[in-house]
Design a protein around this ligand. Sequence first.
Ligand SMILES: [Zn+2]
Length: 278
Amino acid sequence: MNIIHFQSCVVLPPWREPLKLNYIRMKKISRRNLLKMSGIPLGAAAFGFTPYSVEAKGAVTQEKNLKIVVVGAHPDDPETGCGGTMILYATEGHEVVSAYLTRGEAGIHGKSYEEASLIRTNEALEACKVMKARAVFLRQIDGSCEITADRYIEMYDFLKSENPDIVFTHWPVDTHRDHRICSILVYDAWLKLNRGFDLYYFEVESGGQTQNFPPTNFVDISSVIEKKHAACFCHESQNMVHVYSEFHEHMEKFRGMQANCKYAEAFIKHNQSFTKIF
Ligand SMILES: [Zn+2]
């Protein structure tokens, strides 16, 4: 079985030595080989993506499909920030869940919350069909997301019930309040679940929304770029073709330049993730 192409980059803190990038490119690597390589001692492996949690959770001897959960604040956040990676995982036979904190209730000018919610829910469902992901809608309201004791419990319960191997969510330094809240809720659940899954952060509209985002991992999405676009463009109510060309296309190309491929998505891996590859 061939695993996705990916690239990884380790950026050493500038107070230790000047900025140093260490790329390791891996192409068409079998699951078996990856599992072998995951035994490399901590620090020696400047790569790290899919399979390590398999070993870390004690299932080295046989292949295991992973559960990937992506939690975004609004319909279109998982797709734009992480859609290529989601498609690659799904293509490899892993289970992919696209979770939306809200249904984008405030996101269509001139429409009531109820109307917008219906339209954007359907758009997300269409996008999930393209990505071969299962959609889940949590119960917050677009523009009014909140952090309360009950909301912490809600996210904890959701992630506990999904029992994922890897979770992707927003980076918490973001101009959109809902994105920040989504990130903090997921982070809190990760702590409460004893860091029981790998935690990665994705970026959306970097500069305008996500800020101060120094990637630790890149995924080469060149082979699925058209499918990612198809998923994103399901969000017609968001004028996505225009938004995409203004923001996300530049990001994909820039991250691709950094990772030495045509198009890439970039992530920050929490360095206390279970597998502790870095
Ligand atoms: Zn959003």
